[in-house]
Design a binder for this molecule. Sequence first.
Ligand code: PEP
Ligand code: MN
Length: 476
Amino acid sequence: ELPLSQAARSAAALRSSNIDASISSIVANYSNVWSPSSWQSKPMKQNVTYDNQKAVEKALQKLESLPPLVTPSEIVKLRNSLKEVALGKAFLLQGGDCAELFDYCSDGPIDSKIKLLLQMSLVLIWGGNIPVVRIARMAGQFAKPRSSMTEVVDGKEIPSFRGDNINGFDPADRTPNPERLVTAYFHSAATLNYVRAQLASGFADLHRPFEWTLNHVQNDQTKQLYQKIVDSITETIRFMTTIGADRAHSLGTVDLYTSHEGLHLEYEQSLTRSLKDPVDGKNKWFNTSAHFIWIGDRTRQLDGSHVEYFRGIENPIGIKVGPTMKNDELVALLDIVNPSKEIGKVTLITRYGKDKIHDLLPGHIKGIQGSGHVVIWQCDPMHGNTHSSTIGVKTRQFSSIMAELSAAHAIHKEHGTHLGGVHLELTGDAVTECVGGSECLTDEDLSLNYTTYCDPRLNNKQALEAAFLIAGWYRE
Ligand code: PEP
Ligand code: MN
């Protein structure tokens, strides 16, 4: 470390006290008044400019008249379950596509995704011996933040693809179209309807044998380890059925909640409704587009429109926490969105990258430990570990993903907190987008079935393997 001159020292002190002063004045300046549209007076990142304002109003009016997709009693039930997660009595599994497309609204892809989330949750329950709260990144995960608003395709600069609810992936369809917001609602509704119907029809019934094909696992020792976990789960279910324990506590269905990034605030506002809280009977503002929504790493400015919108809703919320988050900024953010310090209201979704996590997570944990906030610490090991492959497409190394996850687990243990959950980009299909894992996918394999329209996802086998490995830490 170089010795600092006196002048540099006081300049640094001044800078940090200015940062503190500006953070506390932002927090202090938050108004007591909130409405579903109060975000409109704040600066907005990632905003969408439409060229036909009349068409926007028509779409939003339509959305305002459509029924809620989820209800207050479901939202409150999730909030109670997340309290258990924050207290270390349950684990949170959240996963799904980076960018959900309208085309994924079809029985095959939906079935394979919910089956995968169910299998992963069984493995995690087995591992940690605690309940698992399942949230799908699904039925509304359409809007995408972009680091660049344009891209060059065939030598021409065109607007970037910003998600199916804004524009189309087809280069000829990149102009934002407000009718897509209404289409997004109906695709969310159809997806949710099918998920609800499948769960009500015994899709998650544990008496139904799950397929646990492990033939792809190339290493014999690993295969034996996974087989042991599967055998143990199957045995336990058989035992519970034999003694009738399955009839006392239904093994017939499970809760599966939905979530997406709350990026497009006009859409979120249109589905924000004043409805009766099932606990105290008072009318409150619920976001009825999903049970859980989160603020992305690009839109979490303390004085920005997204934080303003999020602080007023009853839903449990997530905040992505990337490498540029300052310790005191994080605490200020919690003070703004959760002034009553409700336990488990906020899930911090940390996504630093496998190397940076060692420097950054301890400071964030310590900052919050002194603040009186009790959060869920969830690790997103995907977004800090993306790199360009030798064939030029974005990929992620399975071992890097596991390295960030296991570092999160260890760092929390060391600091007296606990890893409360994982946030994964995954698909139930056999894609080749992330490399590594027990199938040993290489850069050359990526071209076999690379179908993502945004970030690379774990395929079904890699995602299940991640669950096996996490479960193993708790059984050690
Ligand atoms: C995402 O979850 O797809 C995403 C864009 O994440 P982040 O905001 O953390 O970059
Ligand atoms: Mn992503």
